[in-house]
Write a protein that binds this ligand. Structure first.
Ligand SMILES: C[S@@+](CC[C@H](N)C(=O)[O-])C[C@H]1O[C@@H](n2cnc3c(N)ncnc32)[C@H](O)[C@@H]1O
Length: 466
């Protein structure tokens, strides 16, 4: 039978669940249709806009019946911003869906079925939880459909509109960052409105990004203003006003980048006020975090995540632990009290320096850090090559997951346990399948909701050597 679903077909669909990534999943005659911006339990009329081999993609035209799990959304930028795309779904249901997604990725995509999945560790705080947000300046404002009568402004500070690399949706209040971060954001917008924002098409203009970091356990605040050139005369008065209005700002830095890509890492940095780092506390440890260093963005959930990593590492005090992709060394230090020695490995030089400083600052003597790219670090760095083999390897890679060379290196080191932490369970499931094809067995998955109202889910996979 020829499948009747083609591009342009209108269908009535019951949304069964949310797929990983946040799209609604429906079925028409056993053919899967992913529907944008829908919730489980909704019945919608939808228009197919893309047909693939085994599935189709559709956009909703009309809600025929609402979901029993629907709630009011808090944010006035919803759903245009695209960031917190499930904020109109009851939080309990968000967490249920995240568990199903993780399970599904492992069973269906990775073909692994003999493991347990714990219930998702929910967040106590579902708003104001992010300790860091980054906003972009632009000369091209994105005007939402509902305001299309008005002209776009040639000054915007906010977030990229979904799918737009060139246009910025003005954001005045983002409910997942803290109240003070929102006040700082609107103050910066007011203070910079007469300066020239960056034009990403022509690569002209001065102001590029603002990053605001508010440490949840110490309340120290860092503001990082990213510009295309060094111009202290323009930035010093802004810095002075900010520290007068917000005395809890302990660090204002200016990162300068001439790169064309829209990233906030600078080629060099000027400290405009205070220190070049802020201090955040996780458990018993204090961490120095500089502007370019990765640090978990939900401090409270990170504490729960690290407790899980510690439990799954099953340390007795005699183990050698490798912490791959260690950032500023937070997992390394967290585990150090329970291990003989922890070695951390990380690409970003400033993060490795922070990790070293953090070990000294916390009087941790059994942790050491190596800088370098893990794709070749164990092959090229003679010191790293000669280390004692690990009993436990913790990995926490970026979204893309592990390079095959890193998987080979882990297999070669043959630790008794692997604790794989990931913000992308899809790439994690792929990598875990490769490890399980060799000498490892997946025992348990322990998802943690670090980012309520978004489709993201953090997941800890616990593997043992067979
Ligand atoms: C998800 S973060 C984990 C950080 C840390 N485990 C934590 O909990 O704070 C991933 C880290 O991997 C680092 N990284 C990315 N690619 C890398 C590579 N090829 N080799 C080594 N480190 C890398 C990034 O700089 C980042 O610090």
């Amino acid at each position: 039978m020829i499948n009747p679903i083609v591009k342009g077909t209108e269908l009535s669909l019951e949304i069964e669940s949310l797929a990983f990534g946040g799209k609604g999943v429906a079925r028409k005659d056993n053919f899967v249709v992913f529907v944008n911006n829908t919730l489980p339990g909704q019945k919608v009329r939808a228009l197919v806009y893309k047909k693939h081999r085994g599935y189709a993609e559709a956009r909703p035209l009309k809600i025929l019946r609402d979901s029993p799990h629907v709630v009011d959304s808090l944010c006035k930028h919803f759903p245009v911003c695209g960031g917190c795309s499930t904020q109109n779904l009851d939080y309990k249901e968000q967490v249920n869906q995240k568990k199903k997604q993780v399970e599904d990725l492992y069973i269906r995509q990775a073909g692994i079925d003999d493991f347990t999945v714990n219930k998702v560790i929910a967040a106590d705080k579902q708003y104001n939880y992010r300790n860091k947000m980054e906003f972009t300046f632009s000369n091209q404002e994105y005007v939402p459909e509902s305001e299309k009568e008005r002209e776009p402004s040639n000054f915007a500070l906010g977030l990229h509109a979904p799918g737009r690399w060139d246009k910025i949706l003005n954001i005045n209040e983002c409910h997942i960052q803290t109240k003070i971060a929102n006040e700082i954001l609107t103050t910066i917008k007011e203070l910079t409105k007469d300066l020239e924002p960056y034009n990403i098409r022509e690569h002209t203009g001065f102001l590029r990004h603002v990053m605001i970091r508010v440490a949840a356990n110490t309340n120290e605040i860092m503001v990082n203003i990213v510009t295309s050139r060094d111009d202290p005369e323009l930035l010093s008065p802004i810095s002075d006003t900010l520290i007068t209005k917000f005395p809890s700002i302990t660090s204002i830095v200016n990162n300068i980048t001439t790169r064309k890509a829209g990233v906030s890492m600078g080629e060099h940095q000027i400290v405009l006020h205070g220190k070049e780092y802020i201090i955040e506390k996780l458990g018993d440890y204090e961490f120095m975090i500089s502007a370019d260093s990765f640090f978990q963005t939900n401090t409270k959930q990170a504490e729960k995540l690290y407790d899980i990593i510690l439990e799954e590492s099953q340390l007795t005090g005699s183990e050698i632990v490798y912490d791959l992709f260690c950032g500023t060394g937070s997992i390394s230090l967290f585990l150090s009290k329970h291990a003989k020695m922890v070695y951390g490995f990380e690409l970003v030089t400033s993060a490795v320096q922070d990790a070293m400083q953090n070990a000294i600052h916390n009087k941790v003597k059994n942790a050491w850090f190596f800088g370098g790219n893990l794709e070749n670090l164990f092959r090229e760095n003679t010191e790293a090559k000669e280390l004692d083999a690990p009993d436990v390897v913790v990995v926490d890679p970026p979204r893309a997951g592990l390079h095959t060379k890193t998987i080979e290196d882990i297999l070669e080191k043959s630790p008794k346990r692997i604790v794989y932490v990931s913000c992308n369970p899809a790439s994690q499931a792929r990598d875990v399948a490769l490890l399980c094809n060799e000498r490892y067995k997946l025992v348990k998955l322990r998802p943690v909701d670090m980012f309520p109202h978004t489709p993201h889910v953090e997941n800890v996979a616990s593997l043992i050597r067979k």
